[in-house]
Design a protein around this ligand. Structure first.
Ligand code: ADE
Length: 222
């Protein structure tokens, strides 16, 4: 998979693409990520990318031309263009699964007070990470990329996401490691039974109980 990102703040992405699982996924060529500064696509001598909004109002608005020029340069036949905005569809695990099957994603990160409405015309999908407003699309794009990249083949151990929370609209079951007794808190006995069927059953019951207690809305979708 190839991912391109349009942003006014490329340096925000440095630790994201260098560290941990995403850093390793890039080094082992499971994914290519290219971060582009929107200013580089401005024809203005001072690389201006925003201006005052028509009709008045506070704040600067991202102009369409640098974004359209960047998209012209980067879009291929099979590119999916994703615009980050609090007005978008709420991002969910199911969308991560669908997008993980794409060849090329192009993220457009808005910033400041907003972007010119005509920029929306470029997007195949507008995504929001939740009902709150951030200063820009940079963090949302990283969150979405992270959730997609970990689903790509070979990025994390095969099968380690088969019990992910939200898989089949259930939260994940609890897991434990050493020590067996920590400050009086015991690991459930069944996990030492060596009885795989019982462990499997216990885990499934835990998933149901947890989901009922914490996210009954998910159970309704099942
Ligand atoms: N930009 C600002 N807030 C956002 C949000 N909640 N989701 C996506 N993009 C955003």
């Amino acid at each position: 998979m190839r991912i391109d990102v349009l942003t006014l703040f490329p340096s925000m992405f440095v630790p994201f693409i260098e560290e941990s699982i995403i850093g390793r996924a890039i080094k082992s060529k499971k994914v290519e990520i290219y971060i582009h500064n929107i200013r580089d696509y401005s024809l203005d001598p001072h690389h201006k990318v925003d201006d005052y909004g028509f009709g008045g109002g506070d704040g600067m608005i991202l102009m369409p031309d640098p974004i359209y020029r960047a998209v012209d340069a980067l879009r291929k036949e099979d590119t999916k263009i994703i615009l980050l905005t609090p007005q978008g569809k709420t991002f969910k695990q199911e969308i991560a699964y669908n997008l993980s099957g794409e060849k090329h994603l192009l993220f457009i990160c808005g910033h400041y007070e907003g972007f010119d409405e005509r920029i929306r015309g470029l997007a195949d999908i507008e995504l929001s990470i939740g009902d709150y407003v951030l200063t820009g699309g940079e963090l949302p794009s990283m969150i979405i990329m992270d959730s997609i990249i970990r689903l790509l083949k070979g990025v994390i151990k095969d099968g380690s996401y088969t019990n992910d929370s939200f898989q089949e609209n259930l939260l994940d079951y609890p897991v434990y490691t050493k020590p067996r007794n920590y400050r009086g808190m015991e690991v459930p006995e069944v996990l030492f039974s060596g009885h795989h069927e019982n462990i499997k059953k216990w885990r499934y019951e835990q998933q149901i109980e947890r989901t009922k207690a914490r996210r009954p809305d998910l159970l309704e979708k099942r």
